[in-house]
Design a protein around this ligand. Structure first.
Ligand code: GAL
Length: 412
């Protein structure tokens, strides 16, 4: 190639780079299970297609492990480009300290308020009228996942709700199958809170967590809740508890356990195992007792960055996460509901359809992280885990400890 052609080629390369001036954005999250990894890859693919680069910052473990790491990095001046968190109070101090990018103008220019549904999720990203995070999905904790073949092969009826499950659990155990798989830590909290909702009802659950109704938490209606939780812990052999939530789901996928109570992110694991809802497994919202779903899920925050190219790329990422095709590709793999329903959901399976139906019926209520601070929730998690692990802890003792946390939880 002659020297003029070389100069022309170099100039073209320079112009093209200057024109799109892309950036690498490190994104932290705790999506490390099979289903979660398949889902987050869709976000990465969509962002890379903009000419920028998603630098994956997966943190092994769960939110309980990742949240402190994420928050201390931002407070410590070593921020990532973007991070997953849950909707609610977790980033309050970071926003108050002026460490997070204000997305209000982008949200207004793209009309987020017109299509994000339910509006509670954008409200959870809004502080003093300014928007600081992007809600990307709706995940709810109130589901029980049942391997149909385990019951069919055992010649037993497939349970249609929590109480039918409890009634037939001893028969399943007698056949050498773990009736209910459970993982240590926050999954015990998920199980017991789901029983709380099923037994006490959504209104009482919200009165206790959001309304801080100590009398209700300490009263006879909640004694019934703790008695149901006591029955649940008697179903579970502590030796069968597994480390991570997806290990517990795997036991159901493999037919080694009959059922698992977990949020609808469990669906991603059944999808990766090529199992079909309604054929291989059943998903019962509200544990099949009352079809209700909480408005949990995931949001993305963008810590302020000194590099203007990264700041530009952060806004591109925020916008990309809400694009219709990105929403469908991600949520179908994540097992969550899209944060916008003006999308093509023909590929939705039975479980997602059940979730959309409940969302459209309005039978949703705030997730615990939208009603209470993380420290109080962690105290309740520990009370649940202690009660579950130690049969010597009585219903009365556990209920009194629980009521104390409700009494002392700081106002919203
Ligand atoms: C939740 C998160 C879900 C799911 C789950 C288990 O906090 O909202 O997306 O990943 O943790 O890791």
């Amino acid at each position: 190639m002659n020297k003029f052609a070389v100069v022309a080629a170099m100039a073209a390369a320079l112009i093209s780079t200057t024109a799109i001036q892309a950036a690498d954005v490190e994104v932290t999250h705790w999506w490390t299970s099979g289903g979660e990894a398949a889902a987050v890859a869709e976000f990465a693919k969509a962002f890379d297609a903009t000419g920028n680069k998603w630098v994956d910052g997966a943190i092994a473990g769960s939110g309980d492990t990742a949240r402190p790491i994420i928050i201390s990095r931002i407070l410590g001046g070593n921020p990532m480009g973007a991070t997953q968190l849950n909707p609610g109070k977790d980033a309050d101090d970071l926003v108050a300290a002026g460490l997070m990018v204000d997305l209000t103008d982008l949200a207004a220019s793209e009309g987020w308020a017109d299509f994000i549904n339910p509006a509670s999720q954008l409200a959870s990203c809004t502080y003093d009228g300014r928007v600081y995070c992007v809600p990307v999905n709706l995940h709810s904790a109130q589901w029980i996942w049942i391997n149909r073949h385990v019951y069919e092969d055992a010649g037993m009826p497939v349970p249609k709700d929590w109480f039918e499950f409890v009634a037939t659990a001893p028969d399943l155990a007698a056949k050498g199958i773990i009736p209910l798989s459970v993982a240590n830590g926050w999954p015990v909290q998920t199980l017991l809170a789901d029983i709380e909702v099923a037994v006490a009802g959504v209104d009482n659950y919200v009165k206790v967590y959001q309304g801080r109704d100590v009398e209700l938490a300490a009263g006879p209606e909640y004694t019934k809740v703790w008695e149901a939780i006591d029955a649940a812990r008697k179903l579970v052999d502590p030796a069968t508890l597994v480390p991570q939530w997806n290990d517990a789901v795997a036991l159901v996928v493999q037919g080694k356990a009959g059922a698992n109570v977990m949020g609808d992110w469990a669906q991603g694991e059944f999808a990766v195992a090529d199992m079909k809802a309604g054929v291989d497994y059943d998903c019962l919202p509200g544990l099949g007792v009352t079809p209700v779903l909480d408005t949990g899920g995931d949001v993305f925050y963008f810590p302020k960055n000194s590099d203007p190219e990264v700041e530009k790329a952060q806004l591109v990422l925020a916008s990309t996460l809400l694009q219709k095709d990105t929403q469908v590709a991600f949520n179908l793999r994540k097992g969550s509901l899209p944060i916008r329903q003006d999308v093509d959901l023909n590929a939705a399976n039975d479980c997602m359809k059940k979730g959309i139906e409940i969302l459209q019926s309005g039978a949703n209520f705030p997730s615990n992280s939208q009603m209470m601070d993380r420290d109080s929730l962690n105290q309740i998690r520990d009370i649940y885990n202690n009660f579950f692990a130690d049969q010597n802890v009585t219903v009365a003792e556990a209920q009194a400890q629980f009521a104390d946390v409700i009494r002392n939880a700081p106002p919203l």
